[in-house]
Design a protein around this ligand. Structure first.
Ligand SMILES: *Cc1c(COP(=O)(O)O)cnc(C)c1O
Length: 217
């Protein structure tokens, strides 16, 4: 069986060196493009938070996910919400009110994060920062549990993600939101230094993803 104990130790070490409390920064193990063996390996290593990007993968892996907390982190079409609603513990990629309405309909009171595009890169999901306050309000009015904000750092050298992470942090503070999901395998130190409460880590735990996988965000 795939063993990620050593890789996890390395990730925890990186978090600690960046000034994060490894007990308080939650690691979401991103298993997109990997088989259920990655999910099993995460569980065996004591990681109970799993991230997936595609609705059809969530459905296909549903047996492996029993008892784990699934974070949906990919772009999501409204018509896929119904399929995965019973399986998702946290919807991290909510970027528009219409999506929130469908989630509220299929999973009343669900925990959500608002995805914000802090780099203005068109390839990235998320609402513009200036729209986040209204969206947070609207989602709350739908009865959703808006726990925080999520972002994907700017593509390129990790240091270039820093200003965007700072924007996310400031925005979350201003809105009184606790969770800041930011940082992936390559830029998690920067994210932790900028106050990430959740990092989403794939390749640093499981190795390089199989080729011809869309980035998902
Ligand atoms: C793929 C993905 C991750 C994990 O990326 P790694 O570089 O493998 O750590 C995190 N967040 C999102 C939104 C992703 O699509």
């Amino acid at each position: 069986m795939l063993n990620i104990d050593h890789a996890l130790e390395t990730v925890r070490d990186r978090i600690a060196r960046a000034g994060g409390d490894p007990e308080r920064v939650k690691i979401v193990a991103v298993t997109k493009a990997f088989g259920r063996d990655a999910i099993d390996a995460a569980r065996a290593a004591g990681l109970f938070d799993i991230g997936e990007n595609y609705a059809q993968d969530v459905v296909a892996k549903r047996d492996a996910l029993v008892g784990l907390h699934l974070h949906f982190i990919g772009r999501l079409q409204k018509n896929k919400v119904r399929l995965i609603a019973p399986l998702v513990a946290c919807w991290q990629s909510v970027d528009r009110v219409a999506l929130g309405e469908e989630i509220a309909r299929r999973a009343p009171g669900a925990r959500v994060l608002v995805q914000v595009n802090v780099s203005s890169e068109p390839s990235k999901g998320g609402c513009p920062p200036e729209n986040a306050p209204d969206l947070v309000k609207q989602l709350g009015a739908l009865g959703l549990d808006v726990a925080g904000l999520m972002t994907v750092g700017r593509t390129g050298p990790p240091s270039e993600a820093r200003p965007g992470f700072a924007v996310l942090r400031a925005l979350a503070d201003r809105l009184g939101l606790v969770e800041r999901s930011m940082g992936m395998s390559d830029d998690l130190e920067i994210a932790v230094a900028e106050g990430a409460t959740i990092v989403r880590v794939g390749s640093a735990l499981f190795g390089a993803r199989p080729p011809n996988t869309a980035a998902g965000n």
